[in-house]
Design a protein around this ligand. Structure first.
Ligand SMILES: Cc1cc2nc3c(=O)[nH]c(=O)nc-3n(C[C@H](O)[C@H](O)[C@H](O)COP(=O)(O)OP(=O)(O)OC[C@H]3O[C@@H](n4cnc5c(N)ncnc54)[C@H](O)[C@@H]3O)c2cc1C
Length: 228
């Protein structure tokens, strides 16, 4: 399994259990932020007091973001290809991904649990609630996923290289990557991607990240209204 070795308290399932995100590693804490902000005073705090919490709030509200850059997080992400495309637009993260040039195993696909309809007033958006035949259309999506995999396997069996055969796999194919980011850029990501304008699927991951980091950043989480 691709999520091997991620303890349950550092692992969140998303997309109705079809995707997940895990916290692999992190560096720093809330005291790191206030210590960095007060570096000129040469004093190190080991616990947060009321003044520190106020300072934290001040830094966030005034976009004094450099002290936040001393905290780092590494996540392992299992998501559909189209979510990965949106995620990788965030250039301030570092990424490594399992290569489909290298392996042809563990290929799975996302089938939406619920289909949304196209928004009429926003060309990028969708809306919930519809009278489309969910069951029939979901089974067609599932069939397309399977057909694309079948063609992929046929191409491989007939000698085509993995790097070309993968082109036929559907956009719903699940991919797994590691992603590392500092807290300042992570908050920027969460602002954009846990937002009503963002696609529901990537919002699931942004909300998953909030759950994962909240126990380590309790004051910040409360302030940002993360689901602690
Ligand atoms: C709801 C939504 C809809 C979107 N729709 C589209 C779309 O239709 N088409 C499309 O192409 N993209 C789209 N995007 C992607 C969007 O344009 C950004 O590429 C993406 O959100 C990454 O944001 P970012 O550049 O701020 O993040 P990051 O790349 O993580 O950068 C963080 C910050 O660092 C600074 N920075 C990073 N790189 C540079 C640089 N080279 N020069 C100057 N400053 C830099 C900027 O201040 C930036 O805000 C959409 C994003 C969202 C959230």
């Amino acid at each position: 399994m691709l999520n091997v070795n991620i303890p349950p308290d550092k692992h969140v399932e998303v997309l109705d259990g079809q995707g997940w995100i895990g916290l692999i590693d992190m560096m720093g804490s809330e005291t790191t932020i206030v210590n960095a902000a007060r570096v000129s005073f040469g004093k190190l705090r080991t616990e947060m007091n009321e003044k520190d919490v106020e300072l934290l709030k001040f830094l966030i509200e005034n976009k004094h973001t450099s002290p936040l850059e001393h905290l780092m997080f590494t996540f392992s992400v299992h998501c559909p290809l189209f979510v990965r495309s949106q995620w990788h637009r965030h250039r301030t993260w570092s990424y490594n991904e399992i290569s489909r040039r290298y392996t042809e195993f563990d290929i799975t696909f996302y089938t939406p649990h619920q289909l949304r309809i196209q928004s009429k007033d926003n060309r990028q958006a969708s809306v919930e609630g519809s009278n489309i035949n969910d069951t029939e259309l979901k089974s067609l999506i599932d069939k397309n996923n399977k057909d694309s995999y079948k063609l992929y396997e046929d191409l491989i069996a007939r000698g085509v290289c993995r790097e070309q055969a993968r082109g036929v796999l559907s956009q719903n194919m699940m991919v797994t990557f590691w992603a590392t980011v500092d807290l300042s850029n992570l908050l920027h990501f969460l602002e954009l991607r846990d937002h009503p304008h963002a696609q529901w699927e990537i919002r699931e991951y942004a909300q998953g990240i909030k759950k994962l980091i909240a126990p380590y950043l309790p004051h910040l989480a409360k302030y940002l209204k993360c689901n602690v």
